[in-house]
Ligand binder design. Structure first.
Ligand code: DAH
Length: 358
């Protein structure tokens, strides 16, 4: 038997006896990886005489193609087996009647949203809503994003297909701020609303998911200033994290829709792998906020000389993670019942200020 035929036989045997996708991958790397045996032969062809190359080329290429095909087939087979085994092991009989042991739970994000709504409701805020599919005007233009400005791209926006008639491209809202615009355009001040809801951005890692939740706040009245904003947010954060007093700082920032803009940080200590508030020299960013930009008021039909206001926006999932010690954002949206059983809340203990928030 030639060396080539022997190599092929060895590889096919190794592929056939690999018992896991990882083991197949090892064979692939040993044969076809950068310094694999087959790759070595292919590289060596350059040094052959033209005649030898004409003879060896098709043999080596054929060997490579057959080995690649065998690897792909074995991988597919093992992946199917692994999936079957997982489906069998994680089988849930959905036809079984619910038993107390299997009762559903409230997702931490929803729990935290209810807590936030309860706190703000007590402070006199109403809940407002807007659509998940927004237009450019409400998501960007009315919020003082300049036309064609890179800020639109900065938001990692999901664009929908253009409308065949108008060419207009709707977006999945990248923040809950468009609800500010909808509220100002449909109600007369004074306004005091919060807008909880889903938001979307092309982003995915341990602290970002393409769908996440925000809560927006907007207050419009006469003679509103930064003092109102600070007190409102410090009171809210104190109640949310159940702290008597909150040591916060307002750090200058930029948002197109507020001027001045700030991010609110709370004092924290991260030593020893534990997060504690109000001690230490560290700061944790909690939310964005600012005084509503006069251009936004004008775009919504309000006279900036008559009305002022403040706005804020924060990530609900992130605050849920912080409050309830959830380490990774992604499993929050995997709909894995084991995760929910661990982190979920009882549906019969809805947060309200009278019985306690958490
Ligand atoms: N919309 C901002 C974002 O998603 C958050 C935000 C910042 C909202 C400041 C506000 C605000 O209302 O005043 O990044």
């Amino acid at each position: 038997m030639t060396d080539l035929a022997q190599l092929e036989l060895d590889l096919i045997n190794a592929i056939g006896s690999a018992e896991s996708v990882a083991a197949v991958e090892e064979v692939r790397v040993a044969a076809l990886g950068k310094s694999g045996s087959v790759s070595g032969l292919l590289k060596g062809m350059g040094a052959l005489s033209p005649d030898a190359r004409r003879e060896q080329g098709p043999l080596i290429n054929g060997l490579r193609d057959r080995v690649s095909a065998a690897i792909a087939a074995r991988k597919a087979e093992l992946e199917a087996d692994e999936l079957d085994a997982r489906l069998l092991a994680e089988r849930v009989d959905l036809t079984l009647p619910p038993r107390p042991r299997r009762k559903g739970g409230v997702h931490p994000t929803m729990q935290v949203m209810d807590e936030m709504v309860a706190i703000f409701a007590e402070m006199g805020f109403a809940v407002a809503e807007g659509p998940d599919v927004e237009d450019d005007f409400h998501n960007f233009t009315a919020l003082n994003f300049p036309p064609k400005h890179p800020a639109r791209e900065m938001h990692d926006t999901f664009f929908l297909k253009p409308d065949p008639q108008t060419g207009e491209r709707k977006v999945l809202r990248t923040h809950t701020s468009p609800v500010q615009v909808r509220t100002m355009m449909s109600q007369q001040p004074p306004i005091r609303i919060i807008a909880p809801g889903r938001t979307f951005r092309k982003d995915s890692d341990a602290t970002h998911t393409p769908m996440f939740h925000q809560i927006e706040g907007l207050v419009i009245d006469r003679d509103i200033h930064m003092g109102h904003l600070k007190t409102t947010l410090q009171t809210f954060i104190g109640r949310f994290f159940e702290l008597d007093e909150v040591q916060a700082r307002f750090r200058p920032h930029h948002f197109p829709f507020t001027e001045p803009s700030a991010e609110m940080d709370i004092r924290c200590d991260r030593s020893g792998g534990q997060l504690t508030f109000n001690t230490g020299d560290d700061w944790l960013e909690i939310l964005g906020c600012g005084m509503v930009h006069p251009n936004v008021l004008s775009a919504c039909g309000l006279d900036p000389n008559e009305w002022q206001g403040f706005a804020f926006g924060m990530g609900v999932d992130r605050l849920a993670m912080l409050k309830y010690g959830v380490p990774d954002l992604r499993p929050m949206f995997d709909a894995d019942t084991r995760w929910l059983a661990h982190y979920g809340f009882s549906a019969f203990a809805a947060p309200n200020p009278a019985s306690g928030l958490s």
